[in-house]
Ligand binder design. Sequence first.
Ligand SMILES: Nc1nc2c(ncn2[C@@H]2O[C@H](COP(=O)(O)OP(=O)(O)O)[C@@H](O)[C@H]2O)c(=O)[nH]1
Ligand SMILES: [Mg+2]
Length: 363
Amino acid sequence: MLRAALVGFGSSGKTTLFQLMTSAKETGRAAHGKGDVSIGISKVPDARLDRLTAMYNPRKRVPATVEFTDLAMPAGTGGAAALVDVVAYKNADALVHVVRAFEDPAVPHPGGAIDPARDAQAMEDELILADLGLVERRLERLDKDLKKNRSADLERERDVILLCKTALEEGRPLRALDLKGDDLKRLRGFQFLSAKPLLIVVNLDESHLAGGIDRAIDRTGLTPFLSRASTAAVAVCAKIELEIAQLEAADAAAFLKDLGLTESGLDRVIRATYDLLGYMSFFTVGEDECRAWSIARQTPAQLAAAEIHSDIARGFIRAEVVGYDALVGRGSMAACREHGEVRLEGKDYVVQDGDIINFRFAT
Ligand SMILES: Nc1nc2c(ncn2[C@@H]2O[C@H](COP(=O)(O)OP(=O)(O)O)[C@@H](O)[C@H]2O)c(=O)[nH]1
Ligand SMILES: [Mg+2]
């Protein structure tokens, strides 16, 4: 499951967005989570799963999920430094920075004037500082370990950490580093905050929507920031979209249309997160359950099987695969079989978006 963690300055709309994404009705109370940390689950909207469910009429329809974490962050500088010790932030696949663009005299901004570009950079600086702290702790430990036991692996780790240190000292986030193979794995293992892909959620006023939501982002001054590596943006009007999300479906659709929006805030934020991380879905179908699974693009079949269960990956024999369009076009798996459209693929087959897969495995 994909995990996203919310960051942002006070009163930017983090908790409002969290509620929008997870339908958590109350503030400050979590389904589970410690202290001020709230963790909630979003169901990934997917029209293809709806279609498959209509075809199979299964007992259960199980969408893919994204886990969101919200934390009441200490205001001002140092807010991010506390995050490096919060498990849900260390483990997150992506950071979602809620940047305030809405004006509301009743809700003062801790930084004074409303300035999305300033806030984006200020949070970046905090993440970088927090990671520098981690790097220094790590280096001390490594130096001690290296004195006891010089190994090639430790030496390489030290090289990578030093590379990170240089980048951070120059004000560059680690997501911009171009590491490969084992070095990239090492970097992931360190769980640095500035190494995580960054989705900027621009929290707008309704009035900003005139002329289209995409143009609204251009007007915030964030464009140069967004050209950086592994950085993307999506705009929401968190407060009003949360109100809309609590309406009946037909009313909600009408209100969204009035705002010039074709999709809900939940849909847009999840789609942007998937695009940023290069995620896609495959499906398992049957009378018992139709289910969507999320994986990174370029995932081989055996690793995709592990998403379901490690036993299926371990005992992997073959993947029976049919494309979504073929299945929906023919109307049944049997018809696809008759037309030779169900393929038997090996463990290295690269799973495609929308594949319907039945894993054959030995127990
Ligand atoms: N006008 C307006 N107010 C908002 C919007 N999003 C959040 N707020 C309000 O701003 C205040 C702070 O929001 P909250 O989500 O708690 O921010 P957090 O401190 O980042 O978690 C609350 O009173 C929200 O209702 C928005 O898009 N427009
Ligand atoms: Mg909050």
